[in-house]
Design a protein around this ligand. Structure first.
Ligand SMILES: [Fe+2]
Length: 237
């Protein structure tokens, strides 16, 4: 019997790790999960990702079905999802990046598969505010939303963001973030060594269904349902 493809093996390992915590009666999000449970899960995720990166045909090679570069924006390409997590490959063209965003109640792990990415972290003005309708300031009110797919609402003003730090990493570096740690923006690093830009692997647990995008230049915060460019290697319409 042949062994499963490295990305399938990764998905199976992740499913087992999350199922094990669920079986213990743990809530699988960064707000409610116990520290002990998170330590076990984090170790399991890191082990599974490390094995995936070094497996023959793993890492960047395994991302081939999910590689979609777009001239105008980075793309999010879903590999697998269930109620516990979503795994996706993001493709960043040179000069492309995300806005500053949060991750709701989810854990977020990110590693580069090829090229180099830059992550900048900021304080989270909504730290501890898990109620999406709770304002961050008495002045907060509705703002005209941008014409983008998946936009739910926008508010103004944009709270002041403080930069907490910046890191640049390539394959092998695994980042972890949640809303208690802060917000972040990710972009293709200027010194990337991949012709097309950069490719990253993201694991969000549970799947992120709603995000806040911070737009200081527009002085607004946008609530949006994150979109997908492809799902299981098939382009979304
Ligand atoms: Fe993120």
């Amino acid at each position: 019997m042949s062994s499963p493809a490295p990305i399938e093996a990764l998905v199976e390992e992740l499913k087992a790790a999350f199922a094990a915590e669920r079986k213990r009666g743990e809530a699988l999000d960064y707000v409610s999960q116990s520290g002990e449970s998170f330590q076990r899960l984090d170790a399991a995720v890191r082990g599974a990702v490390d094995r995936f990166l070094v497996a023959p045909g793993g890492g960047f090679a395994a991302a081939a079905p999910y590689l979609n570069f777009n001239d105008t924006h980075y793309t999010r390409n879903l590999v697998a999802e269930n109620e516990d997590f979503e795994l996706m490959v993001l493709c960043w063209g040179k000069g492309q990046g995300s806005r500053v965003h949060n991750h709701a109640r989810s854990h977020g792990w990110v590693t580069a598969l090829a090229g180099r990415v830059e992550e900048t972290r900021y304080n989270n003005p909504r730290d501890g505010l898990h109620d999406y309708s709770a304002p961050t300031s008495p002045r907060e009110g509705p703002a005209p939303p941008p014409a983008l797919p998946g936009v739910l609402a926008a508010t103004a003003p944009c709270p002041e963001l403080q930069e907490l730090g910046k890191v640049v990493g390539g394959p092998g570096a695994l980042l972890y973030i949640n809303d208690g740690i802060g917000l972040h923006a990710v972009r293709c690093a200027d010194d990337t060594n991949l012709e097309e830009g950069a490719v990253t692997l993201h694991l969000y647990a549970p799947p992120v269904r709603r995000v806040f995008l911070y737009e200081p230049e527009e002085d607004r915060v946008v609530q949006r349902v994150p979109g997908l460019y492809s799902r299981g290697g098939v382009r979304c319409q």
